[in-house]
Structure formats: structure tokens, C-alpha cells
Design a protein around this ligand. Structure first.
Ligand code: HDE
Length: 696
């Protein structure tokens, strides 16, 4: 802000410096307030005006206060992550409930009842740091355990398999999904030519394609996603025996997704939908929780699997190796500072502790290099492990020294090992220290894809046939949506050719949805497609919880609404665990039928129904009449109905529905019947879908 008055003497200038344009004094270092200082600790008398040659003259180079401030500001951004740039981080703890002592010496997995602090970062993959929260995309689920024996990172996704089998293909995969390099779009979307071109030329991606085209990639909330570190790891016990393990996170709130049209509209209504949802939940004390489970299997068992567990495009069906729950993860603290923690956190799958080891999965092996390497360009120093969010909570004692931004000041003359000059220098710990599992490796050095990785379609088919009919329809429709955005005909055809190896009916539905004149030939398969039993654990609808906990209900009111009815619905929804927001044309509230004011939490124009799981519309005759002219109100009910949500309406509410040409169905109930509304609100009205949308 510029000053209106020009000071013409010293006294006046001093006065001006401590007065804001409004005439109010700026905050000074009074009681409780520390002085405002430069980064050198020098107290600043004026943070509003740069130093000028005269009142209307040029700014002087000697203004070290201005230069320091602007220099720092100019460098505030660091390179964003190449993938997973958009993220939401939360602190919490992991509590072990069942010891894995028999399998591992890792204390974090053997000391029952112990609480290990964790930092978790959820993310999308394709978009930049400022992209929206709800694209169709994989969600990252990265957990840093600050264990007593060092940091252990489980850097997973919400999908248990991956696109590619070998890390050398990762840069190509990511280049194909990111913005096309000549045009700089689309941001954060798989629905474009280069992505599907790459995919159609990589049959190994087909299993992952089924997952990303399912509603797993359009979650309702980060609190309602599963997490999978994907690869097999090893657990190693005190006797040096190894057992393979796959880790799983299962949300206590169950799984829930949005519908695609809704996800797209949420992107407009609230680009920060998932971040805000997590923030709101944490600040309200609703701490999200996950079960931590393992699938344990021996090398001999693995040899009998009809797939290779080292292939990251395969999962181990729960029916084959059941999940054993061993602990829980609770997220209970929002970071103090987004940049310092969520942005600067540096995960690395190579961060393991004694008792845990890697498998030979070639994707994992490549990741072990990549993450450490990327942190150097992202955080700019080899000392990034000293940043508080990355620093282990156990002592770090070694002879590594110096480097950019060194924060420690090791004393003494010894900076090497072994040494005989110091009584207190760190020493190797042969017994307790990390030992690599001595797996026997032999054979020729070679670049080859092993035969046991050749089956690209059997598990893709298993995933598809395991879904409910609704979910199958969503997969087919998502494929039609995505491939319709692909301009190149041969890519569309090639994809349908792959689908024929997965399920003929799916291929037909997609071909019809694209209006392909002729059915393309099936892609040639490197290995015959095996018929596998359906695995219901792969569904989302089957894993939805019959609860309103973690969900949100919106009540649309206007002047003249029936307050008692609003209160009834609100009470029932809150008792069932939901959060409730009153939505009105004006945020100050609505004047109810009894003359009282009901404050709104959301203004209608900025609070569309897409951000709720169920809605109630309580309107007087006049209110209904007024809102029938308001497109935001018509959209409110139109979208709630179209997104398969339960709706409670009174007489006025029904009028608004009529104006929006909604006839209603079993999911639209009388506002007096709160029980029916609450029970319908716990799910989506799947049966309605065929009446509101043309699906593949
Ligand atoms: Fe990553 N991945 N990734 N990835 N990944 C990164 O590391 C990489 C893969 C995952 O919230 C990067 O710090 C390679 C699978 C998550 O900070 C980078 C390969 C899985 C996050 C990188 C993979 C993941 C990353 C970018 C193929 C699920 C975000 C910034 C071999 C199991 C972590 C960074 C966070 C981030 C490389 C494949 C999960 C470039 C080379 C499979 C959740 O190092």
C-alpha cells in the first residue's frame, strides 16, 4: 500500500512509519510479540516501506532489509515432485497389535502396544502441485515410520499393482501421462493420446488399466482409500530366516468413491476437496484410521502361485494368502506448516530397518535408486535428511560430513572410521546392525524379461469379473470416456484389441460406446489367459461400510423453511456420524417459518450438492418458487439426483425437484421419514444410474 501523505520532517516521518494508511498503529514488539527481524536477527523498524533516495525517489541498493526479503521470496519455491507433486500430509502414529516376532527382528513389528510416530503423505500422480484433487488418478499413500531403529518408509499407492514390470520404463510411462510436451496440456489427466498410445503398446499395463478405470481412482475421501506398497518385501527374523510379505492398509471408514461426473464437478466446486476433507476431519477430532495387514508367504509357496510375485503387475489374491491384521494407523495431527513438512518430506523405499529387506522385483530395485536421487534435485542438498520432517527420531551417528546446508556441528578431530583417537566415535554393530539377507544369486548378466512375467491378461480378467455389475459398467464407461478423448483411431482400436483378451463383453461395450464400425482383432497375447476365481475383495461397493461416519449431509433451505424439520434431519444425520451443513441462498442464513434466523454454513452458489453424500431440501412454497428460478438450486437437486444420492424432501423440496424435471424414486423420500433417509444416505442409489445416464 502506498502512503497518501508525504512526510516533510523527521517527526512526521517517524509517525508515518508506525501508522498504517488507516491511521491504526502497526503491531509493534509489545508484550507477547517478538520483534520483527531480518534473517540476521536485526530488529526492523519499518516493514512497509523500502528505502528511497527521497520520498518520491528511486529505491536504494543499500536497502539490505528489502533485498533480503525479496531474495528469500524469489526462491520460495523448490522443484515440485516429478510425480506425486500434489499431496496432503498428516502426522499420526502406528500401533502394533500382533507381533511378527516369528518372522522379523524389526522392533516396529514385534513390540506390541508400542506407538511409532508416522508422517503420511497422500497424493495424486500426474498433475502439478497446484492441480485439482479429484482427477481420475492413482493416489499415493506414503508412510514414514520414525522407528527406534531408524526411519522405515512404505511408499505405496491405493492400487496394489503397477503399470510396468521394469523400472527402466518409468520415465516413458510418466512422460506419456504428463501434459503433452508440445501443447502443455492436459494437466492431470490420462484421457489423451500419448498416455493411451504408450499403454496400448504395453500389454503388461492391462491389469493396472482395469484398476485405474475403476472407481478406485475417483475416491470420495483420502480417508476412504486402501494403501498398498505393491512389491513383495522380505521379513528376516533373528535366526536369519526370510519370509516374503505384502503390506496392506485398510481404511476403517470403508471404501467409497464418487461417480465420474461428480468427480469432474467437484474439481470446479472445490479444487482442494480432498485436502480440505482431511483438514476438516482432523480439526473436528475425527481421526482417520487404517488397519495394517500383511500377507506372509514362503519362497516355496510363491513358486506354486500361478503368477510371479516379483512382477509388480500382479497381486496375491486374498483368497490365496489371507490378510493378517497386525496393527493400526491413526492420523491425528495436521502439520504446522505445509511447506516445511508436506512439501519437504522425502520418502524412499530404500529406507528400511533391520529385519526388513527387499525382494528382487525389478520395479522395486529401480525405485531404490530413484528416490534418493530425486531428493537431491528437489531439496538441493545431500543433507535433506536433517530437515526436521525427514530426520529420524533416533540418534544418527556416522562420519558423513559437510555438504550444502549442513545443520550439525560435529565436534572433535575424528571424521573417519576406523579410528583410534576418539573414545566416543561411532562403531559398527555386527549383531544388531542391518544385515542384507544373503539370497543366492547366480546366472548370466542379461537384459531380458523373464518368462514368468509374460501373462498380462489373467489378473486383469480376474479383476473385471470380480466386480459388481455396477462397477463393471463404470469400468466400461470410463474406458469409453478416456478413449473418446483419444483422437488417433488406431490407438482406440488397439485398446479394444487388448480388452478382447480380458473380457469379450467388456470389449463389445467399449467398442459400441466408441461407435467403432468393426470389432478390432484381439491383441496377440504372450501367454494364454488363465481363468481365475473371482475375488470379491477387489470390489469397492463390496467394501463400502454401512455408515454415515466420515460422510457429509447438506440441507438446502431458504426463507420460510420449516425449522423443526431441518433440525430433525440434522439431528438424525449427526447422530449417525455425519457432518451437516446448512446451505442457503445467503450465507447469513434464512428466516425460518417461525421467524427465527438459521445461519448457513454455505452459500448456495458456492456450495453445490457435489460436496455432500446425501442432501435434504426443506422449502416453503415461496422458497420453492424463488429457488425454481435459481439455476444453482436446480443444479443442486439435479446433480444430487444424478450422482445417485439419497434425497429427503418436504412439499417445497418436491416442488423444486419438479422444476428440475426430477420425478423421484425410492432414493427420494419424505423428509419426515428420517430413518429411511439416513439408511439410504449410507450408500448410493445404484439402481437409479441407468435412468440418469447413458452408460457403456
Ligand atoms: Fe514412485 N516416485 N516411482 N512409485 N512414488 C516418486 O520420488 C519412481 C512407484 C510413489 O508423497 C518420486 O520423492 C520410479 C510405485 C509415491 O512424496 C520418484 C518408479 C509406487 C510417491 C519416483 C516408481 C510409487 C512417489 C518423485 C518405477 C507405488 C510420492 C518424488 C520403478 C508402490 C511420495 C519423489 C511422496 C514418488 C520414482 C513407481 C509410489 C521420481 C522410478 C510402483 C506414493 O523418485
Amino acid at each position: 500500500m502506498t502512503k497518501q501523505k508525504i512526510p516533510n520532517n523527521r517527526e512526521k516521518a517517524d509517525k508515518e512509519r508506525t501508522l498504517a494508511p488507516s491511521g491504526e498503529p502497526h503491531q509493534t514488539a509489545g508484550e507477547g510479540h517478538p520483534p520483527f527481524t531480518t534473517n540476521q536477527g536485526v530488529a526492523i523498524s519499518d516493514n512497509q516501506n523500502s528505502l528511497k533516495a527521497n520520498a518520491r525517489g528511486p529505491t536504494l541498493l543499500e536497502d539490505f532489509i528489502f533485498r533480503e526479503k525479496i531474495m528469500h521470496f524469489d526462491h520460495e519455491r523448490i522443484p515440485e515432485r516429478i510425480v506425486h507433486a500434489r499431496g496432503t500430509g498428516v502426522h499420526g502414529f502406528f500401533e502394533l497389535t500382533n507381533s511378527l516376532q516369528q518372522y522379523t527382528r524389526a522392533r516396529v513389528l514385534t513390540e506390541v502396544g508400542g506407538k511409532t510416530p508416522v508422517f503420511v503423505r497422500f497424493s495424486t500422480v500426474a498433475g502439478g502441485a497446484g492441480s485439482v484433487d479429484t482427477p481420475r488418478d492413482v493416489r499415493g499413500f506414503a508412510v514414514k515410520f520414525y522407528t527406534k531403529e531408524g526411519n522405515w518408509d512404505l511408499v505405496g499407492n491405493n492400487i496394489p499393482v503397477f503399470f510396468i514390470q521394469d523400472a527402466i520404463k518409468f520415465p516413458d510411462l510418466i512422460h506419456s501421462v504428463k501434459m503433452e510436451p508440445d501443447r502443455g496440456f492436459p494437466q492431470s489427466a490420462t484421457a489423451h493420446d500419448t498416455f493411451w498410445d504408450f499403454i496400448s503398446l504395453n500389454p503388461e499395463s492391462m491389469h493396472m488399466v482395469m484398476w485405474i478405470m475403476s472407481d478406485r481412482t475417483i475416491p470420495r475421501s483420502l480417508r476412504m482409500i486402501e494403501g498398498f506398497p505393491v512389491h513383495s518385501f522380505r521379513l528376516v527374523n533373528d535366526a536369519g530366516q526370510s519370509t516374503f510379505v505384502k503390506f496392506h492398509w485398510r481404511p476403517k471408514l470403508g471404501l467409497q468413491s464418487t461417480v465420474w461426473d461428480e468427480a469432474m464437478k467437484i474439481a470446479g466446486a472445490d479444487p482442494d476437496f480432498h485436502r480440505r476433507d482431511m483438514f476438516d476431519a482432523l480439526t473436528a477430532g475425527n481421526f482417520p484410521e487404517w488397519e495394517f495387514a500383511v500377507q506372509l508367504f514362503t519362497e516355496e509357496e510363491a513358486e506354486k502361485f500361478p503368477f510371479d510375485h516379483l512382477d509388480a503387475t500382479k497381486l496375491i489374491p486374498e483368497e490365496l494368502i489371507p490378510l493378517k491384521v497386525i496393527g493400526r494407523l491413526v492420523l491425528d495431527r495436521w502439520p504446522n506448516n505445509f511447506f516445511a513438512e508436506t512439501e519437504q518430506v522425502a520418502f524412499c523405499p530404500a529406507n528400511i530397518v533391520p529385519g526388513i529387506d527387499f525382494s528382487n522385483d525389478p520395479l522395486l530395485q529401480g525405485r531404490l535408486f530413484s528416490y534418493l536421487d530425486t531428493q537431491l534435485s528437489r531439496l538441493g542438498s545431500v543433507n535433506f535428511h536433517q530437515i526436521p520432517i525427514n530426520a529420524p527420531k533416533c540418534p544418527v551417528t556416522n562420519q558423513q560430513r559437510d555438504g550444502h546446508m549442513q545443520m550439525t556441528q560435529p565436534a572433535g578431530r575424528v571424521a573417519y572410521e576406523p579410528d583410534s583417537l576418539s573414545d566416543s566415535s561411532p562403531r559398527e554393530v555386527p549383531g544388531k546392525g542391518f544385515h542384507t539377507f544373503p539370497s543366492a544369486e547366480n546366472g548370466e548378466k542379461i537384459r531380458i524379461r523373464v518368462e514368468s512375467f509374460a501373462d498380462h491378461y489373467s489378473q486383469a480378467r480376474q479383476f473385471y469379473i470380480s466386480q459388481t455389475a455396477y462397477e463393471q459398467t463404470h469400468i466400461a464407461s470410463a474406458l469409453v470416456f478416456e478413449l473418446s478423448k483419444v483422437e488417433t483411431m488406431h490407438i482406440r482400436e488397439a485398446m479394444v484389441g487388448h480388452l478382447r483378451n480380458i473380457d469379450e463383453d467388456l470389449a463389445k461395450r467399449v467398442a459400441a460406446g466408441l461407435a467403432l464400425g468393426k470389432m478390432p482383432d484381439a491383441a496377440s497375447a504372450a501367454a494364454p489367459v488363465k481363468e481365475m476365481d473371482p475375488s470379491p475383495a477387489l470390489q469397492i461397493i463390496g467394501k463400502m461400510k454401512d455408515t454415515l461416519e466420515g460422510r457429509a449431509v447438506g440441507i438446502l433451505v431458504a426463507d420460510g423453511s420449516d425449522g423443526a424439520m431441518v433440525e430433525n434431519i440434522k439431528k438424525a444425520a449427526v447422530e449417525a456420524g455425519a457432518t451437516v451443513k446448512i446451505v442457503a441462498p445467503k450465507v447469513g442464513g434464512a428466516k425460518l417459518a417461525d421467524g427465527s434466523m438459521l445461519t448457513a454454513e454455505g452459500q448456495l452458489a458456492g456450495t453445490p450438492s457435489v460436496i455432500f453424500d446425501a442432501v435434504a431440501v426443506i422449502l416453503s412454497d415461496e422458497g420453492a418458487k424463488a429457488l425454481s428460478m435459481e439455476s444453482a438450486a436446480l443444479d443442486f437437486v439435479h446433480n444430487a439426483f444424478g450422482h445417485l444420492k439419497a434425497m429427503a424432501v418436504d412439499k417445497g423440496g418436491r416442488e423444486l425437484l419438479k422444476a428440475a424435471a426430477i420425478e423421484g424414486d425410492a432414493g427420494v423420500m419424505d423428509a419426515n421419514d428420517t430413518n429411511a433417509f439416513i439408511s439410504a444416505a449410507k450408500t448410493r442409489q445404484w439402481e437409479r444410474e441407468k435412468s440418469v445416464r447413458m452408460l457403456a
